[in-house]
Design a protein. Structure first.
Length: 410
């Protein structure tokens, strides 16, 4: 490959990166173009870490050693400790480069220049007929790195009797710099989307990334509001071992969030042991039905969780939930340079007050009259518990809970 060919490929990589071409298409397209330019490439692996609650990183593999057309696929590797994965990493060429500070490792696998290696993956490739192996790491500087995303790894394999020429080796070394830059751009967009969804919620996160970031700009929504917290959480924190508190919060938050998301609700905020969420649909009745289904699911999952935690000798609790339907303002609220994308309005306060009534009425779930009026189809699943004056609310309102007989019949 001559200098013009390298320049053309660098330009193609840059354009693909600017257009946000998916990683599999970018890497697959580059490999196909390298082969068309005469580079005897048969297998490429490109990987990098990311920032994600459950995923540690991604690996894209392009392989043309099969009988059919070349295949390209992406796989993820998870967070946490897996002894087998850890051992593979420690015995990999990528770890050697990462630990040594070197940029490239090349191993001739056949002929007079053949080298034995301490790397199981290289020996495996050699047994499959590979003749040449290159591993390259492109490091990101302190201002370009984010979290564990501090370098891009790649490996390049040939099965040609002569392997890669020195010129082809140099071309790959040059092109991986352009590739790493394009992949970093893709990774940063992915990380931004992940963090926005994780910390703001799916809908709020997407709105922020689309540019809805001006303070005071909000839209009026007619939505179902979910406000829940844990029974006796203060007592639990006073009596339980400190190291059990965070796992307890996570266990109960997970079951509530899972139920909300399964029924297409949006979790907006965690407040200690409390959760604020909204259900917004084209019709109020659809939103109420979804919220009620989520509430029933969460209550059943809570029973299952309490059984498993009790069996393990861990503290248990249950959640209190208030469901209300009303108008809210949904948007950016806060200081000049510290904003929250959430809902505000009297309806939010009423949902909180309804949840607070659960303790005195000895009910897990309470619903407002506004909720039941918006969802007449759900009325047969509910039963009134009476009229009550909510703190800070001008007039008494009738509250409802799930009818035990209706739930049992379902």
């Amino acid at each position: 490959m001559d200098a013009q060919g390298i320049l053309d490929l660098s330009r193609w990589i840059a354009e693909a990166g600017l257009q946000g071409v998916p990683e599999t298409d970018l890497i697959g397209g580059l490999c196909e173009r390298l082969v068309a330019a005469g580079v005897p490439l048969t297998r490429t692996v490109v990987g990098a870490d990311t920032l994600h609650p459950t995923i540690a990183g991604h690996v894209v593999t392009w392989d043309s050693t099969g009988r059919n057309a070349a295949e390209v696929h992406q796989s993820d590797y998870g967070n946490g400790s897996d002894p087998e994965i850890d051992e593979k990493w420690l015995r990999s060429p990528f770890h050697r480069l990462y630990a040594s500070g070197e940029t490239m490792l090349r191993l001739r696998l056949t002929g007079g220049a053949a080298e034995n290696s301490d790397f199981p993956i290289v020996e495996e490739l050699k047994a499959q007929g590979a003749t040449d192996y290159m591993a390259i790491v492109n490091r990101l500087g302190p201002r370009a790195a984010i979290g564990e995303l501090d370098c891009i790894f790649s490996s390049w394999v040939s099965h040609h009797p002569d392997g890669f020429s020195d010129a082809q080796r140099d071309a790959l070394l040059t092109l991986t710099g352009s590739l790493a830059l394009a992949l970093r751009g893709h990774a940063m967009a992915h990380i931004a989307n992940t963090l926005a969804e994780t910390y703001l919620g799916r809908d709020a996160g997407h709105r922020v990334l689309r540019g809805h970031i001006r303070r005071g700009v909000a839209e009026e929504l007619d939505a179902v509001l979910w406000f829940s917290d844990l029974q006796g959480f203060t007592r639990i924190t006073d009596t339980a071992a400190p190291e059990t508190i965070l796992p307890l919060l996570n266990d109960y938050a997970e079951l509530v969030v899972t139920a909300i998301h399964r029924h297409r609700g949006q979790v907006l905020k965690f407040m200690g042991d409390g959760i604020l969420a909204v259900f917004d649909r084209s019709s109020a009745e659809d939103a109420c039905r979804a919220a009620l289904d989520a509430a029933e699911e969460a209550r059943e999952r809570c029973k299952e969780l309490n059984s498993s935690r009790s069996a393990a000798g861990l503290p248990v609790t249950r959640f209190y939930l208030g469901l209300h339907q009303g108008k809210v303002f949904y948007g950016n609220i806060g200081g000049v340079d510290r904003l929250d994308f959430t809902v505000v309005g009297p309806a939010v306060n009423e949902a909180s007050r309804i949840a607070a009534m659960c303790r005195s009425l000895d009910q897990d779930i309470l619903l407002s009259s506004a909720f039941t009026e918006s969802a007449p189809e759900c009325r047969e699943r509910l039963i009134s518990v009476g009229r009550y004056l909510l703190r800070g609310v001008g007039r008494p309102q009738e509250l409802y809970t799930l009818d035990p007989e209706a739930v049992g019949a379902a």
